[in-house]
Design a protein around this ligand. Sequence first.
Ligand code: S3P
Length: 450
Amino acid sequence: MNRRFAPAGRLRGEVTPPADKSISHRAALIGAMCDEPVTVRNFLDAADTRSTLTAVLSLGAGVDEREGELVIRGVGLHGAFEPTNGTLDVGNAGTLMRLLPGWLAGQVSGRWTLDGDASIRRRPVGRIVEPLRSMGAQIAATDDRLPPLTVDGRSLRGIGHTLDVASAQVKTCLIFAGLLASGQTRVSEPSPSRDHTERMLARARAPVEREGLTVRMRPTDELELEEVVVPGDPSSAAFLVAAACLVGGSRVTLSGVGLNWTRTGFLRIAERMGAVIVGELEQPPPEAERAAGAEGFSRQGPAASPDSEPAGDIDVSAAPLEATTVEPDEVPLSVDELTLVALLGCFAEGETVVRGAEELRVKESDRIAGVVEGLRGLGADIEASDDGFAVRGGDGLRGGTFDARGDHRLAMLGAVAGLASRDGVEVEGMEAADISYPGFEDDLKALTRS
Ligand code: S3P
């Protein structure tokens, strides 16, 4: 589906972005691990999270959908069923593909195969296969590194594992396995990544402790999670933030956005580039300020919470932008928004550089290639490196055609580029936005009409 996005006048108004995708996946999976029903308010209704609901149903959980909320009736930590209908289809959801095997690997018995679409079959799973095997898991993947993945339930033993790359998906997979393994499991990451799993499990009274970059857990028989309220997704909101930063005269309010400091790296980067952003962002703990790109920021906001997800409103106004450099430590805290830094960079004075972001090459598409080739086709002066890109900005974008490459975040980036361009942008494959943000075009229209 092709869609044309014409240059916009100023954006005005208020939008509530869709519910957080990462937290929705976790609510469905952890809800399925509980013995008692878990109520989830504001669960994301999008293709990726529907894949997770279908998966938990196949594993024996019940899902009741009522207006605005879901009730997950779990099977308990040790009770996942073998599906009667064969393979578990994760669709396009890399998060489901990486998280679920951690739970299944530690079941007493049973065999599960996980597979997905063409993009999923290119996404690395060796990063979970290897540590799960060292916990005693029986797990097979194509060439040990790509889906489909087959897991046979076994008794697991706790290990100490240091992640090569900061990945919340791998961390979560090992935390789930650690809840079923004998002894202690310890997972350390090289720099902080999103911590939704740790917060949700703390609320579920799981024996999970955090100290700096290390998470430790012990086995348990039961999780108790009564309710999860899912905030708005800061990664979805980021597309509207970028639009408001770039289209002159804009002033936009985004309400009910998740403000967990491990997810607001893009807001700190955009602000450093000159965007005017007002909101009570959760503060990183002092030892993580440098990694979060928050050193020297004077913003007032609540201290980091161990077990809840802060949410609030942010106001964004357009302003002249200056180039910046995004350092490797900041990457995990803005990983899904880094292509938007390239877009802002096209309009910023000077050279904007992102490094240490080789993970972008193995997302839903190779996002370094997608954003560099895509923006260059719209008139950008941008170059790829192995682990990021450099953009010489200031002239903005002419416009043209932008290929979403089947990637939801590239589709939305192309749309925002169109609003900010001189001639407009035709996005090829706009339907990909439905993976995380089905109402995206309506929300953009509401802001351009107000
Ligand atoms: C996610 C973690 C990130 C992110 C993805 C969602 C999660 O992936 O890119 O969209 O929900 O844990 P990595 O853990 O591979 O960095």
